[in-house]
Design a protein around this ligand. Sequence first.
Ligand code: HEC
Ligand code: HEC
Length: 186
Amino acid sequence: MMNKWIFVGILAVFGASAAVADAMPSKAQACVACHGQTGVSTNPQWPDLAGQHARYLAIQLTAFRDGSRSNPAMAPFVAALTDADITELAAWYSAQQPATAANGDAALVASGENLSGYCKACHGMSGVPVAQDWPILAGQHAQYLQKQLAAYKSGERINPLMQAAIAHLGDAQFEALAAYYSQLAP
Ligand code: HEC
Ligand code: HEC
């Protein structure tokens, strides 16, 4: 008798939390066209958001909103977001099931791994950093990663830690690093 009620209680708890996790915030409808139904994008130029650290996502959305990170595709969709919207969107995407893009040049993975020693200090041993405000790289689209590395290098995207970390590298290394990180399981 007792056991039966405990079982019912567990079902009720899991049922409720699944319903909360599944409910897409209404503001995320506008993101589906590029970032997919659950934050896994089909275009390798558009980043996956699923499973990414919530704090990192919130920092980036705030940066797009205030213009300190600029991108013509993203800008119109973040201008009207409130801080509460950003917190809700970041938490929801972070709770979605991540994917492994594995869409980089397979022949470059080993050389990317050889170049990744310094990156591990911040992005973790396998592309998943402990710090919640730093991005998970594991499984992210290779083309997107490569484009971001080039953007830090050119100064189009500004972050002192990243700009220092890649200052000595160029396009060939970026392609290899992107290939390596895209095939790690997040
Ligand atoms: C028209 C396509 C498009 C739409 C719609 C769109 N995005 Fe994006 N998003 C992009 C692109 C392209 C980038 C990469 C920009 C760059 O290269 O810096 C991006 C980047 C991001 C990033 C940064 C991810 C990272 O790893 O740094 C976040 C977070 C994000 N989008 C969230 C959203 C949210 C939330 C919405 C809806 C409110 C949204 N996007 C709507 C195209 C789009
Ligand atoms: C000292 C810490 C540090 C080191 C070392 C470092 N990173 Fe980063 N990385 C960061 C931080 C912090 C960010 C977020 C910066 C921002 O807000 O734009 C970031 C962002 C990134 C992004 C953008 C991800 C996205 O979703 O948009 C890529 C790609 C990246 N790092 C790759 C690398 C690679 C490859 C290396 C090694 C060559 C490296 N990082 C070394 C701290 C570091």
